[in-house]
Design a protein around this ligand. Sequence first.
Ligand code: FAD
Length: 398
Amino acid sequence: MDLRFTEEDEAFREEVRAWLEANLAGEFAALRGRGGSGDLESAAEGRRAWERRLAEAGWTCIGWPKEHGGRGASLIQEVIFNEEYARARAPGRLGHIGETLLGPTVIAFGTEAQKRRFLPPIVRAEELWCQGYSEPNAGSDLANVQCKAERVGDEWVVTGQKVWTSLAAIADWCFALCRTDTHGRKHEGISYLLVPMRQPGIEVIPIRQITGTSEFAEVFFDGARTAAENVIGPVGGGWKVAMGTLAFERGASTLGQQLAFQIELEQVIEAAKSNGMAKDPVMRQRLADAWIGLRIMRLNALRTLTAIEGGAQLSREALITKLYWATWHRDLGKLAVDVLGARSEIIDGPAYELGDLQRLFLWARSDTIYAGTNQIQRNIIAERALGLPREPRTGDER
Ligand SMILES: Cc1cc2nc3c(=O)[nH]c(=O)nc-3n(C[C@H](O)[C@H](O)[C@H](O)COP(=O)(O)OP(=O)(O)OC[C@H]3O[C@@H](n4cnc5c(N)ncnc54)[C@H](O)[C@@H]3O)c2cc1C
């Protein structure tokens, strides 16, 4: 196990750092720190322009193979890019769903024609994507999706509802799990459809969150249409593709995320120093524990990444990643408001103009829900890491 970066990696880091420094200037300077958790929808126009600036310089989709418009960067280089991106407080990526979820899925499961149609606009930052998996009765139990797609002539006609769809209000396309066959077991008869968002058959109703922002939405499909060929993988065989997409979730973004966490922890420590809480013995212990948790997170991530780079399968230790960081981050939010004390309940500006630490507290509640809730993560650890019997499921039938 080698947890150090090579000289070549460090040279790459310098290149990324210098480019970000030179380009997060002028019209883009104001975007620093924007578009993060709980602020995902802000400054959308400026951030679209920023996406195009990244694309022009070849900094989108860097881990994709060169033949598909990427740089063919190694996993470690992707990690470095994300770390430097977070360090520079560059704006939250509007294109991340296309770049990290849909694109890799098309590369792995799509036809040549689908690759030619859908990959270049993601690389050029011309088309933004959203993920249409969850429904009111299909979240943790994703195979229960009911949104229906029927083949009519050379099109699919989609009817039903998705919910919690992040960035749906600004996305150009949605990859949606739809039921195309109601026979068989729950996981069968689901197809992975690509549906254009800007059409009369789709209504997007933003959901306001406790942060006051609306980064996700309900999406209603009422006779929405997409071309017959816009199915990834076999018709009725979308479950395997859907699971493939979930496997791409996070990975290389882990260390960048940890750097963002570190910046937040430093803000909490600064607040504690300036209001005297740093002298409180219990607060001191909690701050130290938070710092220790972050170090553990980093070492586990480096260990996992080193193993993957070496061609190894994901180890059992990798299964703790989501549960660990989500719980740590939620607890950091609690620590932040405890450090601020009664001050955390006051907003200086207009309603919902939250301070960074207030937003952290409210947003971090969602970390233990999306991308697999804490309870689901524990089930995964129980079954896959500890070999405990599978939890009783209510049958595979619908
Ligand atoms: C910020 C945010 C962004 C999101 N973005 C998207 C998006 O872009 N696209 C998308 O499709 N979805 C998105 N989601 C939805 C997310 O994937 C679901 O919220 C998540 O899968 C949980 O599903 P649910 O909300 O239906 O809760 P449920 O599955 O109904 O769960 C409710 C509670 O029951 C527990 N539970 C459920 N099953 C079990 C079990 N078997 N064992 C033990 N406990 C269980 C859960 O842990 C939870 O506490 C987003 C969610 C959030 C919070």
